[in-house]
Structure formats: C-alpha cells, structure tokens
Design a protein. Structure first.
Length: 265
C-alpha cells in the first residue's frame, strides 16, 4: 500500500505540473509578412500605359504554333499560340509561364531573362497601318509598359521587331511597291530613325505589284549587324550586313533556297 500511494502521488504531481496556469495570460500574436529574399525589380520608366497582366490557363487548342527568342545559351523565351509566354533559364529543361499582355498573334524579342518586347503589327489592306504596337517589360513579364513611339509614319508593313540590347532595336518595313528597309532606334523604342533601304541583291529587283524582299530579325555579332531577307517569288534567301548599327546595309551573300526562314544564331 505505501508503494501504490507513492505512485498515485507521482501521477498527480506530473498532471499538476503539465496543466496550464490559469494566471498565465495568452500572448497576442500579430501576423507579419514573409521576408523578401530578393531585391525588388527596377521600376519601368513612366509611359502612356502600364499593365500587370494575370497568367491565363495553359490550355492551347491544337494544332498551334510557337515563336522562340533565345537571347543566350541558357535563356529561352517561347510564345505558344500567339498568347501564352513561357521562360526557361536552363536551356529548356524546365519552363515557367509568365504574365503576358493582351496581344494575340504577337511576336517576341528578349535580350536576357527579364527584359524584352512584344510586338503586334497593325492590320489593314496592303499593310496600310501607320505603326506597330509594342509592349516592354524589364521584370520578366510581371509588368508591361506600352511606349508611344514616334518616327514610324509610313504605311508599309512593319514586322520583326528585334533588339540587340536594352537600347538598340530594329523594325522591318516593306511592301510590294517599295524596296525593303529597316527602321532603327537607340532609346529602347521611343523614337525611330528613318528607315535604311536594303540594296537589291544580284538578279532580284523588285517591281510594283510584285513580291518584294521580306527581311527577318536583325542580329548583332559584335560591331556587325546581320539580317536575312527572303524573296518570296523565287524562294531564295539573301544576307545583308551593317557595320554602323543599321544606318546603311550592304549585300553579304546568298542563303539556302527554302520555303522557310533562316535563323541567325
């Protein structure tokens, strides 16, 4: 009996020690936001329009198409179906969907993993649109600024917006009645210089009403800029070179005969 009484006293002592004290007040806990582990993205320069789009569902009706912009050996951007944008920073092994402005059937050009442009050429008979609509992001697509460019005044087709860095960009200009030419900018697309014409390659002059040369996207290789131009009537591709940032262009060579475009990498 003495042993049982000792055990009972021990159990009571343990329970008494584990019970909460009635005199202890309940602390008030104020929730705090999670700490930020990375520095905030730079704020875009003021512009006429700033948009922060939401990510749409990833379903794309098939068949579809995709446009790729690969600014480096590891960074790849892709737009699927003209409306969904994905980014890879590991050569395409993994992909992350990024917010995208309302620009269906748009084209993309990126210079790194966070800065790029989306372009949507104006529509109209014989490409009579006066300019090109473009959105610019410096934070990987979280926000998009729509600048109000000046200098794109003619009514020719304007396609293939491309940038070689954060300031220098190009836009192709062409139609069946004029020789192909290329606009250029040095202030991230705010103002554009008068277009520089591409010289006629050997045995491929353009005539009114006939298919003219259609340039591709300009690529920079050091101090030299290169662009391809396809003769849709003959299925031939030509290469042009500029040593002064696109102010003038010279014929450089003949590319392969193909129904598809030629990419410069």
């Amino acid at each position: 009996m003495p042993r049982l009484r000792a055990v009972a006293l021990l159990v009571v002592a343990v329970i008494g020690c584990s019970a909460p004290s009635a005199a202890s007040p309940t602390p008030n806990v104020t929730p705090s936001s999670a700490p930020t582990t990375s520095s905030p993205a730079p704020t875009p320069s003021p512009g006429p329009s700033l948009l922060k789009p939401t990510i749409e569902p990833t379903t794309v009706p098939l068949p579809s198409f995709a446009t790729i912009s690969a600014p480096s050996a590891s960074v790849v951007w892709i737009i699927v179906g003209g409306r969904l944008v994905f980014r890879s920073t590991d050569r395409g092994n993994t992909w992350e969907q990024r917010p995208f402005p309302p620009a269906p059937n748009a084209d993309i050009t990126f210079i790194d993993d966070h800065e790029g442009w989306v372009s949507l050429a104006g529509s109209g008979q014989q490409c009579d649109a006066p300019g090109i609509t473009a959105w610019h992001t410096i934070d990987g697509g979280t926000s998009w600024e729509q600048p109000a460019p000046s200098g794109l005044a003619d009514g020719r087709c304007k396609l293939n917006l491309s940038f070689t860095d954060g300031s220098h960009g190009f836009v192709d200009s062409f139609d069946p009645q004029h020789a192909a030419a290329i606009y250029r900018t040095t202030d991230a697309g705010k103002t554009w210089s008068a277009p520089s014409g591409l010289p006629d390659p050997p045995s491929s002059g353009t005539q009114p009403g006939a298919a003219s040369l259609q340039p591709g996207k300009v690529r920079a290789f050091g101090a030299t800029s290169l662009v391809t131009a396809r003769d849709t009537a003959r299925g031939r591709t030509f290469v042009f070179r500029s040593a002064d940032g696109g102010a003038t262009w010279q014929f450089a060579g003949v590319g392969p005969t193909t129904e598809n475009g030629v990419a410069l990498v």
